[in-house]
Design a protein around this ligand. Structure first.
Ligand SMILES: [Zn+2]
Length: 696
């Protein structure tokens, strides 16, 4: 399971001094965590540290320090002085399916019989609270504190959605559950805080902790309660208890996609864990694990509890989605429409199994709201396929050497002014900012192949005002060209001749020259073959474009939008007779075959067309991991020879220029890099089909 923590048991500290250091670090981190939720130690690192401490204590039981966090609720970080009715316990953790199975086997040995049923529910990443009701009215809310006594936070109760002031029945009961900020509430909270001049919360858990304990704030931050336990509702199995809580009017995780579920067997419970882990990125709140409980009250009572945790429940931890790392710098990239977007350069950090080296910073106002500085330790969030984002700096960790983030004074690409009217800054030239780059691209060898129109000439033509876009090239006159510096009669004639030749380039090259996102050489060929004319391409709806192999609904929508934006340019090109070639549209099946013959790559490669024959013509291919299937016996060298026989170029490292990555078993960093760069990835089996004619 990709999403689950699979950390091996960390090594025990090597000496009594190292052990004492580890304990001190863990105690500090636990105190910060339970005070305001912020700690420079990530959750995964904290868990690993405690497990190392436990390992040392098992080997040296006589040396256990009294302040050690092991065996204590909340790692010994005690806060609060209102005694709990019964102790509020933590949960023991397991980090793999094997550990879960061995925990379950231990429980069944203790019971002397199989567990009747399991109940599986998400482990919410918030703060545990106890809510006391008298005759159905909410009278007091406590934090967990050290498990024996908590802090009174009744003042915060009315901002907690899902924790009713009045239950549906006039019962004396104590509800227990988690209070958290949903992702949406977190964003709202930070928006309202920054408008009041307060620093934003580092992440949802610290936001929930801070909000519950704060008094007399001039603004309101809403939180959400999820009930999972109660005292005063005896005799109910766990799933029944959850249903009863909902009946009384409390919110439970049953209101979410990750709803608690009763499972007859441990295997079924493990499937549900996988399901909840897979849903994680899509849930509207953070979870840090999945809880597995013996469902039957008889099993629970017989198993009983230890001093820290019940013996009938365990948390299967998932890897943290928040990590702390350092902000090394900020890059400013100018998009195709002139939007100037900041991007955080991070000290690379592995989050949820993926190495993150960059994160989005949205816009300059967002940077100011978050109060970021270069050199800051920052919380970075990544879930599923979302773009990693920087949430906030750890202001308390600053050393004084942090530097302010420099905002650009002028457009980083063309040097013209910046339009700052909106939150998202934009080059005043808009799409025109790209004029030089887009003219050079259009004139490139794989597009219109206009000899003599390289970097310097393109800059000259754009700066002189003669050319603002591709279509202007085709109306240039010799007199106009002669006004340019270092443009003699011969050079002018040569350039005009090259442009004249380009006027009749085939449709696929003209289409490619437009530089529409996601349409490199290969994709342009497929689109041109599929539709047969520029008129037909321009008339195509997204659904029709999605009929071209390799174009999904998302890419199809982008192409439609960009074509619409380019309408005026396309009209002018048509007037100039550019891209007016008409051919018979190729039937869909033939397009698929043609697509297969070009290897499914859409990257713009530097290699010219027709340099070699075969399905990999013009493609740069990288192989990584161990080959399987028909390719299992091939050495890396034989793989390279195969690629070359099939017309491709074998390369050993992945770059923007890579057309295709063949990723076998245990593919590692190359696969990650290919995915980051958007390079198509294929399996050995798929690749074997593609090059079948060249095998053996
Ligand atoms: Zn610009």
């Amino acid at each position: 399971m990709k999403d689950a923590a699979t950390t091996a048991t960390p090594a025990a500290p090597a000496s009594p001094e190292a052990y004492a250091d580890a304990v001190a670090t863990a105690v500090r981190a636990a105190a910060a965590y339970y005070a305001d939720g912020s700690t420079p130690l990530g959750d995964d690192e904290y868990d690993a540290l405690v497990r190392a401490i436990e390992a040392y204590e098992r080997e040296h039981p006589d040396q256990v320090l009294p302040e050690s966090p092991t065996g204590k609720v909340a790692g010994g970080a005690a806060v609060g002085d209102v005694p709990h009715s019964t102790p509020m316990l933590s949960l023991d953790n397991v980090f793999s399916a094997e550990e879960l199975e061995s925990w379950a086997a231990g429980l069944e040995r203790r019971l002397g019989r199989p567990v009747a049923a399991w109940c599986v529910e998400p482990k919410l990443d918030g703060l545990a609270v106890a809510a006391r009701y008298r005759a159905g009215r909410l009278t007091q809310v406590l934090t967990r504190g050290d498990g024996l006594a908590g802090e009174d936070i009744t003042h915060a109760a009315d901002a907690v959605l899902g924790l009713p002031a009045r239950l549906a029945e006039p019962l004396d009961v104590e509800l227990r559950g988690e209070v958290l900020l949903t992702h949406e509430q977190f964003e709202q909270a930070n928006a309202v805080r920054t408008t009041h001049g307060a620093t934003p919360f580092a992440h949802p858990r610290s936001g929930a902790a801070g909000t519950l304990r704060a008094k007399d704030r001039p603004y309101r931050v809403e939180l959400t309660f999820f009930g999972y336990d109660a005292h005063g509702l005896p005799g109910l199995d766990h799933a029944e208890l959850l249903a009863r809580l909902a009946e009384l009017g409390a919110n439970t995780a049953a209101s979410t996609e990750a709803a608690p579920r009763r499972c007859a067997t441990l295997a079924e419970a493990e499937q549900r864990i996988e399901k909840i882990a897979a849903l994680r990125a899509a849930l509207p709140f953070g979870i840090d694990g999945v809880v597995v409980k013996a469902d039957a009250v008889a099993d629970q009572e017989q198993a009983g509890s230890g001093s820290r945790a019940p013996r009938w429940a365990v948390a299967r931890k998932l890897q943290a989605q928040h990590k702390v790392t350092r902000l090394l710098g900020v890059e400013w990239n100018v998009g195709r429409t002139g939007i100037i977007a900041p991007r955080a350069v991070l000290d690379p950090v592995v989050i949820d199994g993926v190495t993150v080296a960059y994160a989005t910073l949205h816009n300059p106002a967002d940077i100011e709201r978050r109060g970021l500085m270069i050199g800051d330790q920052v919380f970075v969030y990544r879930a599923g396929d979302v773009i990693p984002r920087v949430e906030a700096p750890l202001v308390d960790e600053r050393t004084g050497s942090e530097q302010p983030i420099a905002f650009p004074e002028v457009c980083p690409r063309c040097g013209d002014a910046i339009d700052r009217a909106e939150q998202r800054w934009r080059c005043v030239r808009g799409r025109g900012c790209q004029a030089v780059a887009s003219v050079i691209y259009a004139a490139g060898r794989d597009q219109l192949d206009i000899e003599g129109l390289g970097g310097t000439r393109a800059v000259q033509l754009v700066e002189s005002g003669l050319v603002a876009d591709l279509a202007d090239l085709f109306t240039l006159t010799k007199d106009q060209l002669r006004t340019l510096e270092r443009m003699g009669e011969t050079s002018a004639d040569n350039l005009l001749g090259a442009i004249e030749t380009a006027r009749t380039r085939p449709l696929n090259r003209v289409f490619c020259a437009l530089g529409i996102r996601g349409t490199g050489r290969t994709m342009s060929r497929r689109i041109a073959a599929h539709f047969g004319s520029m008129v037909a391409i321009r008339a195509a709806h997204a659904e029709a474009l999605a009929g071209v192999d390799g174009i999904g609904p998302e890419k199809a929508a982008v192409i439609v939008t960009e074509l619409a934006e380019l309408a005026a340019l396309l009209d002018r090109l048509a007037e100039q007779g550019v891209g007016t070639e008409v051919t018979e549209p190729v039937a869909a099946a033939a397009v698929v075959a043609a697509a297969a013959a070009t290897g499914g790559a859409s990257a713009v490669g530097p290699v010219g067309e027709g340099t070699a024959a075969g399905p990999l013509a013009g493609q740069s291919v990288v192989v990584t991991g161990s080959m399987t299937g028909a390719l299992a016996e091939l050495s890396r060298n034989e793989m390279n020879e195969l690629i070359e026989r099939a017309g491709g170029k074998a390369s050993s490292s992945v770059s923007k220029r890579t057309s295709l990555l063949v990723a076998g078993e245990k593919a590692g960093s190359k696969r990650v890099k290919a995915e980051e760069l958007g390079v198509p990835v294929t399996t050995p089996e798929e690749f074997a089909v593609l090059v079948a004619d060249f095998l053996g």
